[in-house]
Ligand binder design. Sequence first.
Ligand code: FAD
Length: 422
Amino acid sequence: MKSYDVVIIGGGPAGLAAAISSKKNGIDSILILERDKELGGILNQCIHNGFGLHTFKEELTGPEYAARFIEQVKELNIEYELNTMVMDISPDKVVTAMNRTEGLFEIKAKAIVLAMGCRERSRGALNIPGYRPAGIFSAGTAQRLVNIEGYMPGREVVILGSGDIGLIMARRMTFEGAKVKVVAELMPYSGGLKRNIVQCLDDYGIPLKLSHTVLDIKGKKRLEGITLAEVDSKGKPIPGTEEYYSCDTLLLSVGLVPENEISRGMGVEMNPITSGPNVNESLETSIEGVFACGNVLHVHDLVDFVSEEATTAGKNAAIYVKNGKERKSEGHEIMLNPIDGVRYTVPKNINVQRMDDSITVRFRVGGVYKNCYVSAYFDDERVIRRKRPVVAPGEMEEIKLTKEQLLKYPDLKTITVKIEEA
Ligand SMILES: Cc1cc2nc3c(=O)[nH]c(=O)nc-3n(C[C@H](O)[C@H](O)[C@H](O)COP(=O)(O)OP(=O)(O)OC[C@H]3O[C@@H](n4cnc5c(N)ncnc54)[C@H](O)[C@@H]3O)c2cc1C
């Protein structure tokens, strides 16, 4: 059985940044395993610009952003295997994978970085009645068809769900000559970035109907149209609000699900809110030496944050390989407690001795809050209070904590993060 110090599952932006970081932190024996035929992950199909504003202070396309990391991986002589699907990882870090040349094979790792990204929620998860005609795609599948395979899914389009992929595809289909009739969103707010609503819908006169859902699908062989209806505060369609739209294509952008079958299989403790692993300040899961980053950990809005987080995970994987158990100094452990509008935090707990000089705690909120404060209480004392004109579920929020600050509270047990009315 081959063995490596650090094995990285997934060659998207998270896996690439983690590998580069492990290498720069002194590890030579690194292997990236990627099931696709090229590195870069979902970025390869995101040919629009808007990537890298934080990391490179430039507006790059997805492939351009990915290329900057792929070049570094090649320059640093980091090994990678393409067309290789990881099937299983055992709790003692034996990775089972398969590809066409080697068949089924095993690799022993000292540390593992989980970077498998996420997949789109499908029609099956939605309960839309009606036949199953051609013409219904997830927005990401349509994106791949248009941008990589060179096929046009249809001409008259309705989009259900206003997550970023749906918004981006509304503009993309318009560029390609399709008529996008409406974007419907079940929630009373959009699930996407504000900038994407402006640049992808408003700029092209595409209406966004909030609190609306698809009630019925017409067409047996090919989609002929859909019925849209307004929903009440419980998400139930309001009788009398039905509207019929003729269309040959329905794109679904109804959420992303982190790809954690392998993580669950190896026994990693999961967070029911993020559907990703629970991690500590080192982005280490409940299994020692197994780290997680990127969309497999929690769904991100911007890839820059994925790269930043993955750099931390790769560095800590390197430290784990070099120091092993010694790194696990008995230290002061603080739990993070998300309440009052804050749905979760990453990380879930912080070991003050082990943390870097500062740490960014990321989270999403459960609704739209205007003129509010993002607050952090150290046990009962409010230590952070940041005014925000608006916070919304589509955009990730953060607070920064420093080691110096935490060391001043040697008995601190819990940091509560919440949204407070102004
Ligand atoms: C349509 C769309 C538009 C976006 N627009 C923007 C934008 O404008 N700006 C921005 O900053 N961000 C944007 N993003 C977000 C950004 O692309 C993601 O945050 C980022 O790609 C996540 O990186 P990742 O490495 O975690 O996941 P991915 O990019 O999904 O990479 C995961 C990789 O793991 C591989 N993998 C999974 N399971 C296995 C397995 N079992 N074995 C081997 N390999 C495996 C996959 O093949 C994939 O290559 C957009 C995303 C989408 C989908």
